[in-house]
Write a protein that binds this ligand. Structure first.
Ligand code: PHE
Length: 340
């Protein structure tokens, strides 16, 4: 009988030694300690024994049961410990692993430039206005002193949605809309797409970006216009940039001027960037024509205004050293990252 007990103990030890998961352990525990397990069978046999032998055997069996329980408990603790160890080592954070740098996007060069100019003008008290790409003939031309048969329309042939609705050829339409909606003093910026019929090449595109400014107040002069625009050009191309103001013509300004920047690349000597002229055309501007002011109900005896329109594409090309206008619109990531 005692041999039998020893056998059970040995067999239990052997079984447990090979187990390393909880399911197998529960099963093994049932085999030895369960209702129909090895120990139970022996317990049942006690009934048929003599009292002396039964007591002796009972003690032995109890001892074996306690040993087996301890054996299984110890194994369970060992399995739990191993599980935790495995979890801890698989989830360990290695603080010495180099962090992958995050990929940040950046603004498109034109947007970056536009934001620079707007931020600067806002510090001078300008207000930003939203316009729309689709504009009426009335606001794009008529109210800007460009009647139907005016030759200036030829320079601004565009895409017609119907005979009275166009894709705007310039942001100047926003001058009129602002003057009609507001009373002076006015200091407005409006920026966005403009469209003209053009063949696509390295310097032309049927879609481009403009930024318009308008000031209407008492005592506004051409000197204010030049001072303001010189500030913008220096802000964008550097404090040392010189500007050149030359007479020009726009139907909606009188007098009209065009402002060039001395080429920041060659300093005015002439190079491929400025086409050997030493200067780069940056914007058209002028004192708002009295016809335009009056058409918007502004008293020309009291108020005057100046307006200007920047071509943002060319300025961005100049600032970021981009040589082909088409690159601006063709998702060339390397190039676009330059404004980062
Ligand atoms: N709208 C003109 C253009 O597109 C530029 C301009 C704006 C000129 C404001 C004078 C005043 O060429």
């Amino acid at each position: 009988m005692l041999e039998k007990l020893q056998e059970i103990l040995n067999s239990a030890k052997q079984t447990v030694a090979q187990i390393d998961d909880k399911v197998a352990l529960t099963q093994a525990s049932a085999t030895f300690l369960g209702k129909n397990g090895a120990l139970s069978g022996l317990m049942k046999g006690l009934r048929d024994m003599q009292p002396e032998e039964r007591r002796n055997m009972g003690e032995q069996l109890n001892e074996l049961r306690d040993t087996l329980i301890k054996l299984f408990e110890d194994k369970e603790a060992e399995i739990n410990h191993n599980l935790l160890e495995r979890k801890l080592s698989s989830e360990r954070v290695d603080v010495t692993i180099p962090v992958h740098p995050k990929e940040y996007g950046c603004m498109h060069p034109i947007e970056a430039l536009k934001k620079d100019i707007i931020d600067y003008l806002i510090t001078l008290g300008f207000e930003l206005k939203d316009g729309t790409d689709i504009e009426t003939d009335m606001y794009c031309f008529e109210k800007l002193n460009v009647p139907k048969e005016h030759p200036a329309r030829e320079m601004q042939d565009t895409f017609y949605i119907d005979s009275d609705t166009v894709l705007r050829t310039h942001t100047s339409a926003m001058q009129v809309r602002t003057m009609e909606a507001q009373t002076p003093p006015i200091k407005m910026i409006s920026a966005g797409n403009a469209y003209r019929i053009d063949e696509v090449d390295a310097t032309h595109s049927p879609i481009f970006q403009q930024l318009e400014i308008l000031v209407v107040d008492e005592h506004v002069t051409l000197a204010d216009l030049i001072g303001t625009l010189e500030g913008v050009v220096k802000k964008v191309l550097g404090e040392k940039t010189e500007i050149r103001v030359r007479p020009s013509y726009f139907p909606f300004t009188e007098p009209s001027v065009e402002i060039d920047a001395v080429c920041p690349k060659c300093g005015g000597k002439g190079c491929s960037t400025c086409g050997d002229t030493g200067v780069i055309e940056i914007l058209g501007a002028g004192m708002v024509h009295p016809n335009v002011l009056e058409g918007c109900g502004i008293d020309t005896a009291k108020y005057r205004g100046f307006a200007a329109g920047f071509g943002l594409d060319r300025l961005a090309m100049l600032k970021y050293g981009i040589e082909d206008l088409r690159d601006m619109y063709e998702n060339n990531i390397t190039l676009l990252k330059q404004s980062k």
